[in-house]
Design a protein around this ligand. Sequence first.
Ligand code: NDP
Ligand code: X2W
Length: 358
Amino acid sequence: MQKIKTAVVGATGYTGSEIVRILSQHPRVELSLITSESRAGEMFSDIHPFFAGIVDQKLEKAEKVAQTDLDVVFLALPHGVSMDYVKQFAGQDFRIVDFSGDFRLPTPEIYEQWYPKQHSYPEGFPNAVYGLPELYADRIRNAGLVANPGCFPTGAILALAPLVQKGIIKKDGIIIDSKTGVTGAGIKASATNMFSNVNDNFKAYGVKKHRHTIEIQSVLEDVGGALGPVQFTPHLLPVDRGILSTVYLRPDSTGRKLLDDNKGKDETGKQLLESIFKEFYKGKTFVRMCGQPPALKDVRATNYCNIYVDYDDRTGNIMVISAIDNLVKGAAGLAVQNMNVMFELDETSGLTHIPVNP
Ligand SMILES: NC(=O)C1=CN([C@@H]2O[C@H](COP(=O)(O)OP(=O)(O)OC[C@H]3O[C@@H](n4cnc5c(N)ncnc54)[C@H](OP(=O)(O)O)[C@@H]3O)[C@@H](O)[C@H]2O)C=CC1
Ligand SMILES: CC(=O)N[C@@H](CCC(=O)OP(=O)(O)O)C(=O)O
C-alpha cells in the first residue's frame, strides 16, 4: 500500500521531535524529510540520542521542501514564523498542518489583537480549518491548511464543548483554570522556565491576557453561539508534560431544573452530565470519560484526553476536569490524528500508545 510522504519542518524542537517519534512508527507513513535551519546537515539522532538506530536521518534546510515529493508538511515552528512558510508554500500540491497559532483565529484582525505581530499572510485565513477532529472532522477531511489547536485550548474546549452545545449552562462566567508542564514553552529555556525557577515551585502566568483565551472563546462560540468573556488562567507546573484543566460552570435555568429534578432519583446530576458527554463523544476514541478526576500520568505520552464531570449541589457549580499530554494530544498526536482524517485512514492509526504510568 502506498505510504503518505511527510515532512516535519522544525524537527529539532519539542513538538517537532515528538511528531517524528509518532510518525516513525506510523504504519502508513514515510518520513521523507526533516528540517532544521540551525542544525541542517547534522544527524537527527546525534541531536536527540533517544532516536539512535531509529531515526538516523540527516536534517535538511526547509528550502528542500519545495524540491521533495510530499503529501503533507507539518510546520512545528514558532508563531510569527509559520505564517511565512505557509505563504511560501501556497500553491504547492502538499497539504499543511501548522502547529502555531498563526491561522487558528477567525480573522487576521483578531490575531493582531492577541499576538505581538502583524500577520504577513492574511490571505491564508479563509482556507484554514481549525484542527480539532472531535468537532470538525468533516471540515478537516478536505482542508489544504489545518491550524492545529493550541495545547490549552484542546483540553479546555474538549471539556466544555458538550455542555456549550447542549445549551444548559449560563453564557457568562465560564472559568478555566489550567496547569501545564514546562515543555509547553518549547525547547529553549527562558528565565521563566529554567530549572531553578520551575523546580519546587508553582505560579500563574499570562493572567487576563493569555492568547489562548480568545482561541477557546472563538471555538466555543462556533459550537454553541455567543458567550460572555471566558476567564482563562494558565499555571506552570514543575513537570515535563501534561495539562490539567479545571472548568467551573453555572447551569442556566434549564440546566438547574434538569439537575435538581434528578435529586434523589436513580440518575444523579453527575450521571446526567456524563450521559451528555458520552453522547457527544460517541465513537471518539481519544476522549475517555472517567469516574474519578484524571491525573496527568493517565494520559502521558498518548493522544488521550481524559475527562471527569460532576455537579456540586452544595455550590450549584458544574465542574469539568480534563487531562491531556501537551506534546501529544496538545500538539503532535493531534496533528497525526488530523493527518489520518485528511487521508481517510483510521483516526487512531499510529496513535495507539498506552500511557506511561508511573
Ligand atoms: N510545546 C508545546 O507543548 C506546544 C507547542 N505548540 C506550538 O508548536 C510550535 C512549535 O513549538 P515547540 O516545538 O514547543 O517549539 P521549540 O522551540 O521547541 O521548537 C521550535 C522549532 O522551530 C525552529 N525555528 C525557530 N525559529 C525558526 C525560524 N525563524 N525559522 C525556521 N525555524 C525556526 C527551531 O528549529 P531549528 O533551530 O533547529 O531551526 C525549533 O526546532 C509553536 O508554534 C508552539 O506554539 C502547540 C501546542 C503545544
Ligand atoms: C508553559 C508555556 O509557556 N506554555 C505555552 C503554551 C504554548 C502552546 O503550546 O500553545 P501555542 O501553540 O499556542 O503556543 C504558553 O503558555 O505560551
